[in-house]
Write a protein of this length. Structure first.
Length: 317
């Protein structure tokens, strides 16, 4: 081999050696971790995105981490997880000063129901009793307090235990540790099938944002493309659920171990809750800020628009 050919050959090997890792890096999936407190129907879009290969379509590799809602905001800021899904928790933490941003909010209302045993016939029957709530400053917590306020029950007259999530609240009720809890589908219907009763729908008692995606400001700054793809995948998953009722209901039935009718009812409830664009309703968010002001200081000039970034939603690129 002549010197010229050898030099050309070595140069090609050098270029190839550079291009291979670059190509491999380009093909490597973006890895994300999302925190969930427990199994819940409101997280179905995330289950669908994972199980139907939608994340894979967008080059995302997902891992779901079970952790209490109350510790998720700090976990996101610390980088232990990339996202939490409770929009209300995200706003509450942002008010407290954590650098969080809401990138999706796909429900403007919520389906929370107060479910009780059959001995509870009027609100005052809860006085002196124990109820289960997911945790302090969670949606069930605020809705139950709105319920007590509506019926003029002093919160000190009812004992509340924190369970960590909806599935655990359901177990607390059905094991008779408590006389009441706040549930979402399909746990409410499942409780009814076991002899409990839906005492009252709570969703209209307060403006509380429901489910979406919340991440850190640093995540958006450092990994914007990963966030964009994750947002696109979740929105794609929502679209899939809208157009695939039968398969969605089957997934709900299998995941929550409920019957077909309960699964279809849960699906219908979820679809009714969805907004059309994944954007946070500022009206609902402002109502939630007013709720927070009843228990702690909220700066009068707190700007909600600074903790929301809709630019990552499909169509806004």
């Amino acid at each position: 081999m002549t010197m010229t050919r050898r030099a050309l050959f070595l140069a090609m090997l050098w270029v190839f050696g550079l291009l291979v890792p670059i190509a491999a890096a380009a093909d490597a999936p973006y890895k994300i971790r999302i925190g969930f407190p427990s199994l819940a129907f409101s997280y179905m879009p995330f289950y669908v995105a994972q199980e139907k290969g939608i994340y894979k379509k967008y080059g995302i590799e997902s891992e779901y981490i079970q952790m209490a809602t109350t510790i998720q905001p700090q976990a996101v800021v610390n980088g232990n997880i990339n996202y939490l899904t409770s929009v209300s928790t995200g706003i509450s933490a942002a008010v407290a000063g954590l650098p969080l941003t809401i990138v999706i909010s796909f429900c403007d209302t919520s389906p929370w129901v107060l479910v009780t045993n059959k001995d509870i016939n009027k609100p005052q029957d809860l006085i002196g009793k124990t109820v289960a709530l997911s945790g302090v400053r969670t949606s069930p917590y605020y809705f139950f307090h709105a319920f007590m306020k509506k019926f003029e029950i002093n919160e000190k007259e009812v004992n509340a235990i924190s369970t960590g999530g909806t599935a655990d609240s359901f177990r607390a009720l059905t094991s008779n540790r408590v006389v009441a809890t706040v549930l979402s589908p399909p746990f409410d219907d499942k409780a009814v099938s076991l002899g409990y009763k839906k005492f009252m729908q709570l969703g209209s008692l307060a403006d509380i944002p429901y489910v979406g995606l919340v991440t850190s400001q640093n995540e958006i700054k450092s990994n914007r493309e990963s966030v964009r793809r994750t947002v696109a995948a979740v929105m794609d998953s929502l679209a899939w659920m809208r157009t695939n009722k039968a398969e969605s209901a089957k997934m709900i039935r299998d995941k929550f171990k409920i019957n077909q009718t309960e699964a279809e009812n849960t699906y219908d409830t979820f679809i009714r809750l969805l907004n059309t664009d994944g954007r946070l309703s500022l009206k609902v968010a402002r109502g939630y800020l007013d709720l927070l002001r009843q228990e702690r200081p909220v700066p009068p000039d707190f700007d909600l628009t600074k903790v929301v970034d809709h630019s990552l939603l499909p169509g806004n690129r």
